[in-house]
Design a protein around this ligand. Structure first.
Ligand SMILES: C[S@@+](CC[C@H](N)C(=O)[O-])C[C@H]1O[C@@H](n2cnc3c(N)ncnc32)[C@H](O)[C@@H]1O
Length: 278
């Protein structure tokens, strides 16, 4: 499989990911990895790629699920995530590259499992076109298994857009940027675009709603700071970022009221796709 030159995931002025921030909620973030793995119709895939491997948590889960695999390697565009992944799993190859231009490399025999947890929603503006592109480039029997957050309409994400649209020291920077990711297409749209590429009965699309019990609104903010809030706060200078976070946290406290035990409940819808190439 060939290494592709690194190019940024988008033209937005994003800082690099922070593996440390992302892993603050590793337990909760790892759960959909296990739920996705449980639905993959392969008992002994030989060659596996973890697309958008991040700090290596999903790669670790792949190693545990498929200990007999010949090759498991991780692809990611983030230097910080790759450094963490290499430190955690020194025996695994991690490659820096851009998933939006990467292809499976059929000349080397192809890949049995293309796995991707919490990545495809970053492939804007049309994540499903990349699912189709990867399936088209794969040989018969390859499984593409992926999960993405589907929280465009959740209060956490509505509040990001509301805060960005309200006047503040962030306005001049954020106004031309469109920091929000587009919503994921519906399961029906995904089905209609991918089913022609898949084996009969080989396309499974579903949602799972997780409910994460967190200590308070500040924890919700900490969570999204490691992922969906990045395009809103990364472009801001320190003062504007602090003010944005203060206003956003206030809003989060309103839309996620504390429960009787003082905790808050973060509803987190996730969309899963398992596709078997025909
Ligand atoms: C939310 S993290 C997911 C990490 C890991 N897969 C997991 O299950 O927790 C998203 C990862 O996708 C990577 N990513 C986003 N866009 C990418 C692209 N175009 N090419 C390669 N990696 C990308 C980011 O660098 C980040 O490490």
């Amino acid at each position: 499989m060939s290494e592709h030159p690194s190019t940024p995931a988008s033209s937005r002025p994003l800082a690099d990911w922070s593996a440390t921030q992302y892993l603050k909620f590793a337990n909760q973030r790892n759960r959909p990895i296990k739920d996705l793995l449980a639905q993959i119709p392969l008992t002994n895939p030989r060659r596996i790629v973890d697309l958008g491997c991040g700090p290596g948590n999903s790669t670790q889960a792949l190693i545990e699920r498929y200990p007999a695999a010949e090759t498991i390697y991780g692809l990611d565009s983030s230097p910080d995530m790759l450094a963490k992944a290499r430190a955690s799993l020194p025996h695994i190859q991690f490659v820096r590259g851009d998933l939006s231009t990467w292809t499976p490399g059929l000349e080397e025999g192809g890949v049995d499992l293309l796995f991707s947890n919490a990545v495809f929603h970053w492939l804007q503006p049309d994540p499903v076109s990349h699912m189709a592109r990867l399936l088209e480039a794969s040989r018969s029997g390859t499984v593409l298994a992926l999960q993405v957050p589907d929280n465009y309409l959740e209060p956490s994400h509505v509040a990001m857009r509301e805060t960005a649209a309200s006047p503040g020291p962030w306005s001049a920077v954020l106004a031309p940027l469109k920091p929000a990711l587009d919503p994921m297409p519906s399961p029906r749209v995904i089905y209609e675009r991918l089913s022609g590429l898949c084996a009969l009965g080989g396309l499974d699309v579903w949602h799972t709603f997780y409910y994460h019990v967190l200590d308070g609104p500040e924890e919700i903010v900490e969570w999204v700071k490691g992922s969906g809030l990045r395009p809103f706060i990364d472009p801001l200078d320190k003062g504007a970022r602090e003010e944005f976070l203060r206003k956003y946290t206030e809003r989060i406290a309103e839309v996620y009221p504390r429960m009787e035990d003082g905790k808050v409940l973060l509803r987190y819808p996730r969309l899963f796709v398992v596709a078997v190439r025909k």
